[in-house]
Ligand binder design. Sequence first.
Ligand code: SF4
Ligand code: SF4
Length: 184
Amino acid sequence: MLANLTERRWQGYLAQVSAEYAQLAVSERSWIAAELKQIAALQQELDDLFRRGDGPAVCSRCRGACCDCGKNHFTLVNLLAFLSAKELPPIADFSLPCPFLGPKGCRLAVSRRPFNCVTFICEGILDPLGDAGYDAFHELEGQLRRCYLNFDQRYAGSSLRGLLIRGERLAGRPFLKPPAVRSD
Ligand code: SF4
Ligand code: SF4
């Protein structure tokens, strides 16, 4: 029942953001594309770091515990990554702990994965990389956070708290208009 309600809200937000994106000026879409390119590159670098620390093996031993609380992670930025490529995200299954969890792990490409997911790298993965690994992680995490915040400053619907939470707060107001002063 709750999953059905969330699914309806999700579909509504997808339709609304898609319609708003279609109305954007070419210059605005170019700004989005350039920012997304930078985000994709940083997320790939974070994933490279994760793999250097043997992340896939460490996570498989832990059975992907952090994906058990991913319901709200997907953000406006991640949706724009699909829309700007003329695509839609995979079908979201809200009966799962995270709607994008599949039998073999995350169904989202690294470049389109939520900030909260690509920056969640456990000590067990970073420790073997030593101080250099931690330094690289903090540098990349900071750069990536600033990129996502650029979207927060530009669009009312952007927030690291995720599209579902932000959509509820907006209560029908546009996602892709400048934000009013807000508390999150
Ligand atoms: S990042 Fe940490 S909590 Fe998440 S699956 Fe890997 S080891 Fe487990
Ligand atoms: S989006 Fe992917 S990485 Fe993030 S919680 Fe969901 S399945 Fe896990």
